[in-house]
Design a binder for this molecule. Structure first.
Ligand code: ATP
Length: 270
C-alpha cells in the first residue's frame, strides 16, 4: 500500500470562512507541493495576513516537516522591508501553520498576462537592479533563494517584494535532490548564488518578451529575436551561464549600473 498516495487524497485546503487560531480564511492563494497558502484576516486586529499550512501527506514525512520548519527559520532570519516577516507558528488539531505579512502586490506573471504590461530594456534592467538590491541582502547572509520566478516577485507601489523562501538554502548546505537534477533545473536549484542569477536572467527575458511581436515565422534564439544593446545581451548571457557566470552579486550590479548610466548619458546628449 502506498501510504503517501492515500494521505495525499486527504489533502484538502481549508474552506473559505474557516477559523484557525483567531484568523478567518478569506481564500486560498496557492496550493504548492508541500503546503497550502491562504489569505486570512485576524479576528482581533482585522489585519490581513498570509497563513501557510503543511499538507497532511507531508506532515507525516520527516522531509515535509523539515521543509516547513526550514522556510520558517529562514524567514525569521530575514529582516527586510521587501521580504514578508514571519509572525507566529501554531497547530490546530494535528495541522501545522505559520503566519506572515501579506504583501498587497501583483505578481509579474499577472502584470504581464492579465494587465498586458510591457517593458523596455532600460525598464527591465532597472527593475532587475532593484530586485538585486534585496537579493544582495540575503546573499550577504549566505542565503540563496533558488526560486526567483515571476509568481514569487510581487510589484507593489513601485517596489518589488520577494516571497516564497520554501526552497531557500544556506551556502554550504547540500540538497541531494538538486544534485540529481539535470540541465535547467540543476542550474535553478544549485545551492550557489549563481542559481539566483540564472533564475533572474530568465525573469528578465520574461519581461523583455512581454512586448515582443514576432516578425518572422520561424523561431530564433532570444539574442536574435529581441532587440537589445550589446551590454544587455552580454549581461543576460552571463546570468544564464552561456558565457562566464557571475560568481557573486557585486560584479553583476556594477555592470548593470554602468550599462544604465551609459544609456542615460547617451540619451541626454541628443
Ligand atoms: N506573503 C505573501 N503575500 C502575498 N501573497 C502571497 C504571499 N505568500 C504567497 N502569496 C501568494 O500565494 C501564492 C502561492 O504561495 P507560495 O508561493 O508560498 O506557495 P506555492 O507556490 O503554492 O507553493 P510552494 O511553496 O510549494 O512553491 C503566490 O504565488 C502568491 O501569489
Amino acid at each position: 500500500m502506498n501510504w503517501n498516495y492515500l494521505f495525499a487524497w486527504f489533502d484538502r485546503p481549508l474552506r473559505q470562512g474557516s477559523i484557525v487560531n483567531n484568523y478567518q480564511i478569506k481564500h486560498t492563494l496557492g496550493m504548492g507541493s508541500y503546503g497550502f497558502t491562504y489569505l486570512a484576516v485576524s479576528l482581533q486586529t482585522q489585519e490581513e495576513i498570509v497563513i501557510k499550512q503543511l499538507r497532511t501527506s507531508k506532515r507525516r514525512t520527516a522531509s515535509g516537516r523539515k521543509s516547513f520548519q526550514y522556510e520558517q527559520s529562514i524567514l525569521e532570519r530575514l529582516k527586510h522591508p521587501l521580504i514578508p516577516k514571519k509572525h507566529a507558528a501554531f497547530s490546530q488539531g494535528k495541522q501545522l501553520f505559520f503566519t506572515m505579512d501579506y504583501v498587497q502586490g501583483v505578481t509579474f506573471e499577472d502584470l504581464i498576462f492579465k494587465h498586458g504590461q510591457t517593458f523596455t530594456e532600460h525598464e527591465a534592467f532597472t527593475i532587475l537592479l532593484s530586485i538585486l538590491q534585496t537579493v544582495a541582502y540575503f546573499h550577504r547572509l549566505g542565503i540563496v533563494h533558488r526560486d526567483l520566478r515571476t509568481p514569487n516577485l510581487l510589484w507593489h507601489a513601485g517596489q518589488v517584494h520577494i516571497i516564497d523562501f520554501g526552497l531557500a538554502r544556506y551556502i554550504g548546505e547540500q540538497d541531494e535532490r538538486a544534485e540529481a537534477f539535470t540541465d535547467e533545473k540543476k542550474l535553478m536549484r544549485e545551492v550557489h548564488y549563481r542559481s539566483d542569477f540564472y533564475a533572474l536572467g530568465h525573469f528578465l527575458l520574461f519581461l523583455l518578451y512581454a512586448g515582443y511581436k514576432p516578425t518572422m515565422k520561424e523561431e530564433r534564439p532570444w539574442f536574435e529575436e529581441l532587440i537589445l544593446t550589446k551590454e544587455g545581451k552580454h549581461i543576460i548571457k552571463r546570468m544564464l551561464q552561456i558565457e562566464q557566470p557571475y560568481e557573486e552579486i557585486d560584479e553583476l550590479c556594477n555592470q548593470i549600473q554602468s550599462m544604465l548610466k551609459e544609456r542615460e548619458t547617451c540619451c541626454k546628449s541628443f
